[in-house]
Design a protein around this ligand. Sequence first.
Ligand code: UDP
Ligand code: MG
Length: 321
Amino acid sequence: MTREKPILYIVVPCFNEEEALPQSHGRLSQLMDNMIDQDAISVDSKLLYVDDGSRDDTWEIIERLAAEGGRVAGVKLACNSGHQNALMAGLAAAVEHCDITVSIDADLQDDISVIPTMVERYKAGCDIVFGVRRERKTDTWFKRTTATMFYGLMRRLGVSTIENHADFRLMSRRAVLALLDYKERNLFIRGIVTKLGYKTDCVYYDRSARIAGESKYPLKKMVNFAIDGITSFSVRPVRLVMQVGLLFLLIALAMLIYVLCAYFMGRAVSGWPSIILSIWLVGAFVLIGLGIIGEYVGKIYTEVKNRPRYNIDTTVGLDMK
Ligand code: UDP
Ligand code: MG
């Protein structure tokens, strides 16, 4: 049920963004006005800023922008809850009022001029449109390499993510509702959206430098985010323990043959065969044991997350709300 003039909410998480916000707001509201003038979106569209427990004047700025009229809404989180949670809060608040959401960072490193294209793709039947960076020349060498390594690792671990897509994406109302059904606390939204199963598309853009202020993702937050991404979607690290255990068992068997040969050829120092064999065997059993326990912990983990099992696209002959 795609509307000709959908209500668009642009959701912007902001953490200590007093330097970037006024500029970003200027550009976003300009874009929104243009889209409304061109009849691409409804006049009820809004910019929704989520203040993620900022310690500077971010919330005062949001309140001022909302008071000045214009199409501004704000949500203030009680304390800093992290980018992903702030985004979820914004999407949950927006979904009650809109047909589509676009999420974007407050520093506008992502090119907002592709938003009209995203909306067109939505009208053409897509539920999720990913903004994908073509190149990241403006990012530091460090950020670029760590990001490439991270995506490579994710791919090898079997986690489906869209490479070079951050959290700049359009989602239809039903896609957001489906996302909100994922109840887990360790959020890695960009890993979940590829699992929703709705029709998706990508639009490409060049990433620019931060509009103002500094990155709100220091190394510690980045590493935590990466670990969350991996451990929320993959139990392969646990399987690895099991595999190493089996490998140790093989080595133990090889050692057994070697030790027996040495023993019968009279070349074994007394005491050595039993010690060397126990080291490998016990090591193997400990690792296999850990692997088995890990499998169960992995199962408990996925159960506890209480994720939805499926997500219905359409039905016929049934009245769906
Ligand atoms: N952000 C947030 N809470 C945090 C950290 C960041 O809401 O705890 C927001 C931040 O204001 C920005 C977005 O998340 O809108 C991405 O942060 P940033 O641009 O600093 O990350 P980078 O682009 O450097 O990875
Ligand atoms: Mg940024």
